[in-house]
Design a protein around this ligand. Sequence first.
Ligand code: 7PM
Length: 285
Amino acid sequence: MPASPLPCGAHSLDLSRPNIMGILNVTPDSFSDGGQLYSRERLDLSKTLSAVDRMLIDGADIIDVGGESTRPGAADVSVQEELDRVIPVLEAISCRFDTVVSVDTSTAEVIAEAAGKGAGLINDVRALRRDGALQAAASTDLPVCLMHMQNQPKTMQVAPVYEDVVKDVLDFLADRTKVCEAAGIIGDRILIDPGFGFGKTLAHNLQLFKAIDQFVASGHPVLVGVSRKSMIGQMLGIDSPNQRVIGSVALAMLAAQRGAAILRVHDVKETKQALDAWSITTKED
Ligand code: 7PM
């Protein structure tokens, strides 16, 4: 049964095949890829647009713009700071490129503003639990991605505990889905994400990865973000995030094979090549 296209503002997504979401980090701090678009503490817009152009040429279907660092231990950013980082970039991308742009935010003001500046998807690591976020998102009519996170970025990796991580995360996402539907968000426009690395040990992340099919069975499109994360570092014994590309591509492929609809990645070209090779082996002649 081929899924019908997901409307994302002026664009749409074909979720019957895996889609690549390229990460565009517009934060000044340096983990993995953050900070590289900055020069002299200011975001360089022409560098940023070149990075977007590169990702689109390489095969990205979505560009995910994020202005809040959610890395473990990260400090909060003010609403104004987040608006100042995200909105001009969003506007510049959507007026120059023909692509779905998602906004990685938990902030009501950013959600509302982004919708008017060309955002096609709302990606929230807090699953619209912040004050006003749910109402703001519902008013946009855009699809939303609900991610699971235990605790807050500051403390989430201190001592994550679950009764049964797969059940707990599935239950959380089912509950948030219901809350979103009650607020007027159409069920077909709700995507879910287990939230790899967000309040999880390696063992938790592995249990969730093995259970991707159970998330897919919910009927909601599943987004998987494992790119360069510490779970890959721990699995393979690699400290440096930019050395984790091969493991990231391998896990993205496996997630796609298990039915994930969107793969959130740093390494678009490598992921695209792997997915293309896979797709050729499964094509009917
Ligand atoms: C520093 C550390 C900066 C970690 C950024 C991160 C996800 C996401 C992120 C995810 C969805 C990263 C994370 N991860 N949104 N945003 N799913 N939906 O590693 O897994 O990119 S931020």
